[in-house]
Design a protein around this ligand. Structure first.
Ligand code: NDP
Length: 359
């Protein structure tokens, strides 16, 4: 059934016989209801209204899209970071426009998404004036998927690429000790007549959240995912999480891409490198204090005013050539179903959230 939380169930939507694409759950919750529950939780744990609003929409959006490793599963980690004082839930980011296209943000130890939101007008002005905005955020905590940071630009006809570093939990190729974060990259571009093409991936073999989901389910990791605390290859998610580390994807080539992300997000921005994170007395905190680089480009400045159609030609060719699906297609399908039927959430998880919100 669809739970609207505070509104009666909507039986009309129950009869739809569309198969679910992610794990079968017990209850379905409307996006606005889930967002409002999460908002209350963030507010209760000391964030400002603006921060609560942005994080709640982001987290509910991940759950809606089936980006489960960055949905409500992350709430305890957010709260541990807030409760220990590791992150400032009321931080007011400082924006400096240092050249017509280069924007610096000091997130002042707050979350990354509200910092980017504060820079929205400056980004638009830079893209309008110069065709490109380079946004370097430091002292920020990014604990979510990256697609919400880039997809909205592509919906407005722009290209966007972003890089984030994090906590050292990835060994460089051939190494035994963690140096890099799982250092994700996301890229979004408009596609004529379709949803934007969005690629969003860690540069580790697997995102850390996925390893934690494997650990919760006591499920082995695929060979080659990571190492234990002694640098010995391991398929045990508990060993990888308890002092072990992940491998970068794609051997030495992926390792070099992780290096590039580390420098773009952690150094160019004036932020910390992943291995410089130190939780100190903030025991249990989970969000990485790191950096983020975002580049937004107006593709029409490339001289091709039919850019989005060119992207669509390439996408069609990929499918004709036998590629199973486009990146982002799974998420969009989950979004479509969740919008129609409600977001699937287990009864137990919903109860936990309601308790956290004090309902
Ligand atoms: P996945 O390996 O699940 O997916 C990576 C990308 O490949 C997605 O765009 C996905 O699209 C696409 N894809 C997957 N399978 C196929 C296929 N068969 N054909 C074509 N495309 C495909 O992601 P990761 O595990 O690497 O990362 C998961 C999330 O973790 C990301 O959202 C990332 O931003 C986040 N993350 C965040 C970090 C942070 O510090 N904040 C750190 C590391 C990761 P689709 O989404 O539609 O499946």
């Amino acid at each position: 059934m669809i739970r609207t939380l505070r509104r009666p169930p909507t039986p009309l939507l129950l009869s739809a016989a569309i198969p679910m694409t992610h794990e079968q759950q017990h209850v379905r919750v409307e996006f606005d209801a889930l967002k409002s529950l999460l908002l209350q939780i963030f507010l209760k744990h000391g964030t400002s209204q603006t921060v609560a609003d942005i994080l709640a929409a982001n987290c509910a959006g991940c759950e809606r899209d089936g980006a489960i490793s960055h949905g409500i599963f992350r709430i305890p980690g957010y709260l541990a970071s807030l409760d220990t004082g590791w992150v400032d839930g009321k931080a007011e980011p400082e924006i400096s426009v240092v050249s017509p296209s280069f924007i610096r943000i000091d997130a002042r130890n707050g979350f990354a998404q509200p910092a980017l939101a504060v820079a929205a007008d400056a980004i638009d002005a830079a893209v309008e004036a110069t065709g490109i905005a380079v946004v370097a955020t430091r002292n920020s905590h990014h604990f979510s998927a990256l697609w919400p940071d880039v997809e909205p630009f592509a919906r407005r006809g722009l290209m966007a690429i972003t890089f984030v570093n994090g906590l050292a939990n990835v060994v460089p190729h051939g190494g035994r000790a963690p140096v890099y974060g799982t250092n994700p990259i996301a890229f979004a571009t408009p596609v004529s007549g379709a949803d934007p093409l969005v690629v969003d991936q860690a540069t580790s073999v697997m995102a850390n959240g996925e390893v934690r989901l494997h650990a919760l389910a006591n499920r082995s990791l695929p060979e080659g995912t990571g190492v234990d605390r002694n640098g010995i290859p391991s398929t045990d998610p508990h060993a990888v999480l308890a002092g072990g580390a992940l491998n970068t994807f794609g051997g030495y080539k992926g390792s070099s891409i992780a290096l590039m992300v580390e420098l773009m997000a952690g150094a160019l921005t004036g932020g910390q490198l992943s291995f410089e994170n130190d939780f100190g007395d903030c025991l249990g905190a989970q969000t990485p204090k790191a950096g983020q680089l975002l580049i937004v480009i107006d593709p029409e400045r490339g001289g091709n005013n039919d850019f989005a159609r060119r992207v669509s030609v390439l996408c069609d060719r990929l499918i004709e050539a036998g590629q199973e699906r486009l990146p982002g297609a799974r998420r969009y399908e989950n979004r479509r179903q969740s919008t129609l039927l409600g977001i699937p959430v287990s009864d137990g998880k919903l109860l936990e959230l309601e308790n956290l919100a004090g309902n």
